[in-house]
Structures are given as C-alpha cells and as structure tokens.
Design a protein around this ligand. Structure first.
Ligand SMILES: *[C@@H]1O[C@H](CO)[C@@H](O)[C@H](O)[C@H]1NC(C)=O
Ligand SMILES: *[C@@H]1O[C@H](CO)[C@@H](O)[C@H](O)[C@H]1NC(C)=O
Ligand SMILES: *[C@@H]1O[C@H](CO)[C@@H](O)[C@H](O)[C@H]1NC(C)=O
Ligand SMILES: *[C@@H]1O[C@H](CO)[C@@H](O)[C@H](O)[C@H]1NC(C)=O
Length: 524
C-alpha cells in the first residue's frame, strides 16, 4: 500500500518535471475595439497561464486591462493610439458598416487597420518586444499589424482564426489547399453541395478577395518601408511562410468537411463551459416564466439592438409579443413601442448560463461564433437572423447542415415571417432532436480541445517551429503547377501528337494501298 503511494508520488513528480517548464509567450490579440474575438484570445491566454507559461500581451492604449480578469497574471506591452482613434466597435463604424457595400465595408476595416499599424510602427514597440527574446509569438489572424512582428521577431509563431477557416483565408493563406469545388467561401453563405452557378460565384468571390487582399497589403508594405523595417518576407506571405501552425475555431460537426494540412488544428469547442447559476434579476424572470418555456434573443456584442433599423426592431417586438412564451431579449437602447408584456429587455446576459437553463426552448440568434457553438452545446433549436460576414456561414451550417432550425432574412423580416419561423421550429420536434444529436456529437472528441491546444503550443515551442509539418511545394508552386495545368497540357500535347501521327500514318498507308490497287487493276 505504502509502496504504491510512493510510486504514484514519484510518477507524478516525474510527470511534473516534464510539464513544469515555462516558455515566454507573446500574445497579440485583435485589439482595435473590444469584441468577442478579443475575449476568446483572453481565454486562450488563460489556458497558457494555467499551463505555467510566462505570458505577455501587446495591445493598444485603448485596451483597459484593469477591467479584465487576466490583468494580474499577464505583462502588458502597450502602444499609444490617439484617444480619438476609430475602433471597430464604435457606434459610427457599426452603423456605417450596416449600410455599406462589401467593398466599402472592407475599405473601412482596412483604413482602421492601417492607421493602427502606423501607430504600432511609430511607437517603437517592435524593438522593445524583439529585445524580450520570446520563445513563441501567438497572434489573432485578423490583427493585420501582427504581420510585422511575424517577420521581425523571427521566432516560432502560431496564428488563431476565431471565425473558423473557410475555403479561403481571406488575407493570405497558410499554404492550405483551397478546395473551392467542395467548400463555400466565407462570404457566400452557400451550403457545401453547390450548383454550377454557385461554384462560379464561389470562385469569382475568392478571386476578388485575393485581389482585395493583395491591394490591402500594398498599404502595409508601404508603411513598413516608410519606417525602415526588415522586408525579407512579403506581407501577403507572412501567414504561409512565417507561421508554424494555425488554430481555428472550427469543428467537424459544424463545419464543411474539407482536407487539412497537419499544421492546421481545429479547436472548436474549446470555450464550452457548463452553465453557472443565474444572477438574481434573471433568476427571477426565469422562475416566473411561462410554462411554455423561454425564448432567448440576442444579436451579439457588436451589433447592439439599437443599431438595427427601428422598423425591424418594432416588427420583432410585435412577433415576440404574440408568442405565448416568455422572451428574454439582449437589448440596449430605446425600447420598442410594441414591446409585449412577455418580453424582457436586458442589456447584458450571461448567455452561456442562460442558454443552458432547462426552461429555455429556442434561441433567436445572429449566429456569431460563440452563439453558434453555444446553441449546439446546449442542444437548442434556433431561428437564425444573420446580419454580416461569417454569420451567414454559421447560419447555413446550423440550418442546413445540422438542420436544427430555420433562417430568417433580416432584409425582408416582418412580424409574420418571424412568428411563422418561431412556430415552425417550436412545433416540429425534429429540430430539437437534431440539436440534441449535434450536441452529443460535438462533445465526442478523441482529445479535449484544451489539451489539444496546449499540446500543440508546447510542441511548436519544443520543436523550434516544427517546420516538418508544412508542405514546401504547397507554398512554392505556381497555381498552374498546383492544378497540374502544365502536366495536363504536356500530356494533352503528347496525346494530340500521337493522334496526328496515327491519323497521318493511316492516311499514308491507305493512300499507298489505293495506289497499289489502282496500278494493279490498270496492269490487269
Ligand atoms: C494569477 O494571479 C493570481 C494572483 O497573483 C494567482 O493567485 C493565480 O494563481 C494566478 N493564476 C494563474 C493561472 O497564473
Ligand atoms: C482613412 O480614411 C480617411 C477619411 O476617409 C482618409 O483621410 C485617410 O487617408 C484614410 N486612411 C488610410 C490609411 O487609408
Ligand atoms: C530579416 O528577417 C529574416 C527572417 O524573416 C532574417 O533571416 C533576416 O536576417 C532579417 N534581416 C535583417 C536585416 O534583419
Ligand atoms: C405584421 O405583418 C403584416 C404582414 O405580414 C402586416 O400586414 C401588419 O401590418 C404587421 N403588423 C404590424 C402591427 O405592423
């Protein structure tokens, strides 16, 4: 018995020795405005801290760490941005984005990004960071300025995609295959079984996005040259050449099935957490809720309800008021006139905890990343009202791939369309059944996503960038070589030559024979 105890102690000691080693990690989240992708990066940072690493974070001066739970455990490196710098979650930016065309929207984001990057380069923070001798650089793929650091720090680097990788990674790829025939692009919102015309649109969208990316990175290249930084790596190629590994917030249960390179790791499900008890104000509402159950409606952290069109809000309020259930609507701003007695407006909800409550029967969602995963985790049927970019993809996946609800188009939404959608989903038990199946499936993994994440972070540090995981030809081939156009042209050429020679020979022999025959008949 005693020996057994010693053995266990010794074993855990030994294991402890291999585990307790601390790497210096620099985390670069998307900090041009506070949003869910920043919060997710903080959660990943917390996992690194718990694993015993020494973590620093580079953020701009508008990030208020005193409000954040990680503040005591992380060393912050901050660069100054003007107090009036435009941030992605400023009200004007979001309301402009809602009305802007795709190109205008992209221009706006690029503009914000460009001025942030100029602040980074001008601040001198890159040199300070370089002098810290970090072991690993870990950045959010959407943070364009991080690209300067990938090249400049020249240490093992990992990137993170919060919205989940589509068939293309808009701003430069990791050197992954982009199977446009079987995976719809992030922006088109098609299911994966595409018609001919959808495949045409998918391909054209992809080409346009690559052109936009190329154009965007010209601005960054100009900036980098202006401030005299190392330009050995083209900014367009930083992700494919400079990044050792990429984590994406994808899961095979939700996402379109696609081939992956071994340095692309899915960690979808990493933010799953069992529901905690509700705060008193919510608990009171839930307690008194209709026996028919509760509908939760939320349009995310960025798209506050007050940014939505007034008439749209009124129509939603009319719809909610006519459903014989209790509705909890995450909402800030002026209340709708048509607000029903059954509808409670709450400016902030602990969404994961509320969705996990057994009385909640339906989730009306814009399909942001976190909301999408939470609806699957809690096996909740959905009515989806996607509002922008990646939300259309998630909506299509929830409603057509997993079949756990229906989508409503916000541009044509009136009270009756929403009522019809809610009644359809509540009235048909197959949606709930499909949600339960998806929920079971998404929790059935060979490894806990948290362990998987930490394993690969440590793997990249241990193996100095783990270059063997990357396909060199994938990064270096021209497109015509990758698609074997040269090979098919060559083989086609040979085939044509063989056919020409064959036909010519047959003609020649035929003519000779004819000649022989005619001269023979003449002689006879
Ligand atoms: C974070 O810091 C607090 C206070 O210094 C400490 O008690 C805690 O163990 C730290 N947590 C992690 C995960 O490093
Ligand atoms: C951003 O937009 C403003 C106003 O439209 C313009 O003056 C500025 O030059 C733009 N900046 C970049 C980097 O494109
Ligand atoms: C520029 O960066 C590359 C690695 O990306 C490095 O090999 C090279 O030495 C750097 N050049 C200068 C002048 O710093
Ligand atoms: C509800 O929608 C219908 C259209 O389906 C419309 O005729 C009606 O006026 C709407 N009700 C209100 C109060 O706006």
């Amino acid at each position: 018995m005693k020996e057994m105890k010693y053995l266990v102690m010794m074993l855990s000691c030994l294991m402890g020795i291999t585990e307790v080693w601390s790497a210096k990690i620099l985390v670069n989240p998307y900090s041009q405005g506070f949003n869910s992708r920043l919060m997710n990066m903080e959660k990943l940072t917390w996992l690194l801290l718990e694993d015993g690493h020494d973590v620093s974070m580079v953020v701009n001066s508008r990030y208020d760490e005193t409000m954040r739970p990680i503040s005591k455990n992380v060393t912050f490196f901050k660069y100054d941005v003007p107090d009036n710098a435009v941030l992605i979650n400023d009200e004007e930016v979001i309301s402009t984005m809602q009305k802007a065309s795709l190109i205008e929207g992209i221009n706006l984001i690029v503009n914000i990004s460009c001025s942030a990057c100029e602040d980074v380069l001008a601040s001198g923070i890159l040199q300070i960071l370089k002098a810290q001798n970090f072991d690993l650089f870990f950045f959010d793929y959407a943070e364009d300025c991080a690209r300067f650091l990938v090249d400049y720090l020249d240490i093992p680097t990992i990137s993170y995609v919060n919205e989940g990788a589509g068939s293309e990674l808009i701003f430069g790829t990791l050197g992954h295959p982009e199977p446009l025939a079987i995976v719809p692009s992030l922006l088109v919102g098609f299911p994966d079984a595409m018609t001919f015309l959808q495949r045409v649109e998918n391909t054209v969208t992809n080409i346009i996005m690559h052109c936009i990316a190329y154009n965007t990175f010209q601005h960054f290249t100009t900036l980098r040259t202006k401030y005299g930084f190392n330009t050995s790596l083209s900014i367009m190629d930083t992700n494919s050449r400079g990044v050792a590994l990429q984590f994406s917030n994808n899961h095979n249960v939700l996402d379109w099935v696609r081939p992956l390179m071994p340095n692309h790791i899915y960690i979808g499900g990493i933010y799953f957490a069992p529901p905690k008890s509700l705060p008193i104000n919510l608990e009171a509402i839930v307690e008194k809720a209709s026996t028919n159950g509760i509908i939760v409606a939320s349009f995310g952290s960025i798209f506050k309800s007050s940014f939505l069109d007034r008439e749209l809000i009124e129509q939603m309020a009319i719809a909610f008021a006519s459903i014989p259930m209790t509705v909890i609507w995450k909402y800030s701003g002026e209340p709708p006139k048509a607000l029903g007695a059954n509808t409670h407006l709450i400016s902030w909800i602990p969404q994961n905890d509320l969705l996990g409550h057994p009385k909640v029967k339906l989730f009306v969602t814009h399909c942001g990343c976190s909301s999408t995963y939470e609806s699957i985790y809690h096996a909740l049927p959905v009515v989806t009202i996607p509002l922008s970019v990646d939300q259309y993809k998630h909506s299509t996946q929830l409603t057509s791939r997993l079949d756990m609800g229906v989508e409503v188009d916000f541009t044509t939404l009136v009270n009756t369309t929403l009522i019809h959608a809610i009644n359809k989903v509540i009235g048909d038990p197959s949606y709930r059944k499909n949600a339960q199946d998806a929920s079971k499936l998404i929790k059935d993994n060979p490894n806990n996503p948290k362990d998987l994440f930490l394993y690969w972070v440590n793997y990249v540090i241990r193996n100095k960038g783990a270059k063997h995981l990357k396909s060199k030809p994938m990064q270096e081939l021209y497109l015509f070589q990758y698609f074997l156009l040269d090979v098919f042209l060559f083989l086609g050429g040979i085939l044509t030559l063989v056919i020409i020679i064959g036909v010519a020979s047959i003609k020649f022999i035929y003519r000779k024979l004819m000649l022989l025959c005619t001269s023979k008949t003449k002689r006879d």
